[in-house]
Design a protein around this ligand. Structure first.
Ligand code: G4P
Ligand code: NA
Ligand code: NA
Length: 194
């Protein structure tokens, strides 16, 4: 997705060989026009997949997830990382380990909003080791829903999340694939010759 890659090139900050900061448009500041285009792109890719729900995770999955849901004409639900006081009935949970933060979190959704008969598109901002994506797949499948695919804004192809998901047969659509962040340089997967 050219608009997204342009934005990453212009505003992305390489923090290390493995971490890209995109606080200006995705993880802190949010660019509504870009989110609109991202939603349109996911809806184009999944328009024929009979999606009934978009499932994402707070916080940074919500903006792209909401726009994808809007363009697909379906509701969005976001998994919570902390249990809500008002939420306890029919809670579906899954454990997610973050390699980055070296901590395990329990994520949850209410079975009220996702259930058998749903065909789910999972959306997240980043795909690194894939722990969040697996947690969301686990929640959807525990709820009895079917996972149509995983839509990712930025995939870091040098980490193994995307490879593992595809190997297990899940469809993964990433709008920008980063092959390397070495030497402070953002190298996209298709820029091989450059
Ligand atoms: P994984 O789910 O793919 O295994 O990733 P990991 O546990 O390593 O990621 C932990 C958090 O860091 C997630 O956000 C994830 O989106 C984010 N993340 C991973 N790699 C990068 C990166 O290179 N750049 C940025 N900007 N974020 C990255 P989170 O803590 O759940 O936060 P949020 O959703 O509230 O923003
Ligand atoms: Na994030
Ligand atoms: Na995230």
């Amino acid at each position: 997705m050219d608009l997204l890659k342009k934005k990453i090139r212009e505003e992305g900050v390489v923090l290390s060989d493995s971490v890209l900061k995109v606080d200006s448009f995705l993880n802190h500041g949010v660019d509504p026009q870009l989110m609109d285009a991202i939603g349109e792109e996911f809806a184009g890719r999944y328009g024929d997949e009979s999606i009934t729900k978009v499932l994402t995770i707070e916080s940074s999955g919500i903006a792209p997830g909401l726009m994808a849901a809007l363009k697909l004409g379906v509701p969005m639900i976001f998994a919570r990382k902390r249990q809500s006081l008002t939420q306890s009935e029919g809670l579906i949970t899954s454990k997610v380990y973050s390699f980055t933060k070296k901590e395990e979190n329990t994520i949850s959704v209410s079975g009220k909003y996702i259930h058998e008969g749903d065909r789910v598109l999972i959306i997240d901002d980043f795909l690194a080791n894939g722990q969040a994506a697996w947690g969301l797949i686990d929640l959807a499948e525990k709820a009895g829903a079917e996972v149509a695919g995983v839509g990712i804004v930025i995939e870091k192809s040098f980490q193994d999340g995307g490879g593992n998901l595809r190997q297990k047969g899940y469809r993964v659509d990433s709008l920008a694939e980063i092959e390397s962040l070495e030497a402070g340089r953002i190298k996209f997967k298709e820029d091989k010759a450059a």
